[in-house]
Design a protein. Structure first.
Length: 604
């Protein structure tokens, strides 16, 4: 609360200009040329000021921690310009039962950015929020810069169809990126896809309920340069200052920004997809299913090196990731009297596993963001827990059996009745990181949506629900558990559910203002993991339309009034009250909002 009310503000404004142009020229029968131009410019401004706010313990004493250890003000202005130009030669020809088509194209993209940043320490809040209100006697920073990157591509595609029954298409592209060094800028990618419309076969004509059935297969390779900076292959030198000299003083200094590599190249993403589209009963019942397997080869990733390396290593093509997933849709459209309606549902899931990454074998408790070989990305390893300590005798027995390495909290931090018992999984007589257990990953699973729409006379309505069945959330930040920090508060989720001498069968361990014991009781324990399962009404629209309306002699083609609501309600298994769409942090979350609106559409 102190950080929100008195700790300062972080204000961001963004303005954008966008333009899209295209033109198509008919050159000959079946032959055309199309050109496209896209241009956008973003203007980004951020003003942030932090005010120091003292904190107090639960006993009224001044806490060693405060909100914002130093008052400061900073301002950043950034402009990003994006340009995209393309030219495409298209050909289509139908002769008898055969159809062919082809495309040749070339595209060019360019992104430029400029940045100006200023920072001053020692800001005093007098109601004027300007960079000049910061002190020049303390830390002052002024930086800037500009950068650019480009992507050049050659494209080709050819397709063939026979009686709209057998379909095949091949594609190829050659991409060149400025983000890679000489010899690695260019790479070739391509793919093939085939389709069979089974219901066009003569032997399928007798299956009256089946309206349409198409089988699909595709294989393709794409290139990725995600996570690579503009000049990762260039060794940069940073200018700054350092304290040294016979008479200690700040001296001008230069340093190498990091280790570079000229061997970084395109990450190749290969995907196999099998699919089926179908409909029944004169296309009233319809749906599709897709199953896919994706493999990231030469994945651009940070290799984990020993600390003695002495610098920041660049990303390299050192990883391999395999992902398997599926997506399904099912819908029905029909009519009852004057009421026309449509129902459509979709669901999908994917699972990945890290097959290769150098030195990615170390396991830590919590979410392992660096990856662990043989596990999904962002795997979660937690301590398995058993009953809470009932009495001091049980605490003493636990110390006797599990403190071979002396790592259990000791002295004033020693465990007490009502605290958590972590399980010694490997039976080595001590509780350490070797006892953590894989509990899943942070990825969303079984994500689904439900669309409902209908019309009756001049009324129309559409409803959209979205949700997921499973996602592991391990809360982080000051409010992740009670007394994460000495001055920290808690959510209402734990009130009345923690251990006390009169509530020994409680769901959660006892409250304690001792941060060491609080961390033992809550942090990285299995019961702290939540299932982010939820369903939410994302959108509701109800409208009424009048056609061919006249106001005097002035005709109005369409007059529609409508009500819309977004995020109107949800059902969630999240225990601590946070928005299920937000994430795992408890530090920077904003209050969730619901939106109601009434609108009017008029066309002449």
């Amino acid at each position: 609360m102190a950080a929100t009310v008195d700790g300062g503000r972080d204000q961001t404004t963004r303005d954008q200009i966008m333009m899209n142009l295209s033109a198509t020229f008919k050159l000959y029968k079946g032959l055309s040329f199309q050109t496209k131009v896209a241009y956008s410019k973003d203007f980004y401004t951020n003003l942030r000021y932090d005010i120091t706010v003292p904190q107090y313990s639960w006993y009224g004493d001044l806490a060693p921690e405060s909100v914002n250890s130093a008052s400061s003000i900073r301002q950043e202005d950034k402009q990003i310009t994006y340009q995209n130009y393309g030219g495409f030669l298209n050909y289509e020809k139908q002769f008898g039962d055969h159809s062919i088509g082809g495309l040749l194209g070339i595209t060019a993209e360019k992104t430029e950015d400029t940045r100006l940043y200023g920072y001053r320490k020692g800001f005093i809040d007098n109601g004027v929020y300007d960079l000049n209100m910061g002190s020049i006697e303390e830390k002052v920073e002024a930086t800037g810069g500009r950068g650019h990157n480009g992507l050049y591509s050659y494209l080709a595609r050819v397709n063939y169809g026979y009686k709209n029954k057998y379909l095949i298409e091949g594609s190829w592209r050659r991409d060149g990126s400025s983000k890679f060094g000489e010899g690695n800028k260019w790479s070739n990618f391509g793919g093939v896809q085939a389709g069979w419309v089974v219901t066009e076969e003569g032997f399928m004509k007798k299956l009256k309920p089946l309206s349409y059935l198409k089988l699909r297969y595709s294989y393709g390779e794409m290139g990725s340069q995600s996570g690579i900076s503009n000049y990762s292959y260039v060794s940069n030198i940073n200018n700054g200052s350092a304290l040294f000299g016979s008479t200690a003083a700040l001296q001008t200094a230069s340093s190498i920004a990091g280790i570079t590599s000229n061997d970084i190249s395109w990450e190749r993403v290969a995907m196999n997809t099998f699919g089926v589209d179908f409909s029944f009963f004169n296309k009233k019942l319809f749906g599709s299913f897709d199953g896919y397997k994706k493999r990231n080869n030469g994945m651009l990733t940070n290799v984990i090196y020993p600390d003695v390396l002495g610098g920041t290593a660049p990303k390299t093509n050192a990883g391999e990731l395999e992902t398997k997933g599926w997506e399904a849709t099912l819908g029905y459209r029909g009519q009852i009297g004057k009421f026309k309606y449509s129902i459509a549902a979709n669901m999908g899931d994917s699972r990945n596993i890290l097959l290769k990454k150098e030195n990615a074998t170390a396991i830590t408790n919590g979410v392992n963001t660096n990856g662990v070989l043989g596990y999904p990305l962002n795997p979660i390893f937690l301590y398995e827990t058993t009953n809470l300590f009932k009495d001091q005798a049980e605490v003493d027995a636990y110390y006797a059996a599990n403190n071979n390495n002396g790592a259990l909290p000791a002295g004033v931090n020693a465990l007490r009745p009502g605290d958590t018992q972590r399980v010694d999984l490997n039976k080595d007589g001590q509780i350490d990181v070797k006892d953590v257990k894989f509990m899943g990953d942070t990825q969303a699973h079984y994500v689904y949506g439900l669309n409902l729409s209908g019309t009756y006379g001049k009324f129309d309505t559409s409803i959209f629900f979205q949700g997921m069945l499973q996602q592991n959330v391990l809360r982080t930040g000051f409010l992740s558990y009670p007394f994460n920090t000495l001055y920290g508060s808690q959510t209402t989720a734990f009130i009345g559910k923690t251990w006390t001498e009169t509530n020994t069968d409680a769901e959660y361990p006892r409250m304690t203002a001792n941060t060491t014991r609080a961390a033992w009781n809550w942090a990285s324990n299995d019961f702290a993991l939540q299932n982010n399962q939820y369903v939410r009404l994302k959108s509701l629209i109800v409208g009424y339309t009048l056609d061919d309306l006249k106001i005097g002699n002035f005709p109005i083609d369409k007059f529609r009034i409508y009500f819309s609501g977004n995020d109107l309600f949800e059902f969630s298994k999240v225990k601590d009250g946070y928005d299920p769409e937000y994430g795992d942090s408890s530090n920077t979350i904003y209050p969730f909002t619901r939106t109601l609106a009434i609108g009017l559409n008029v066309s002449f």
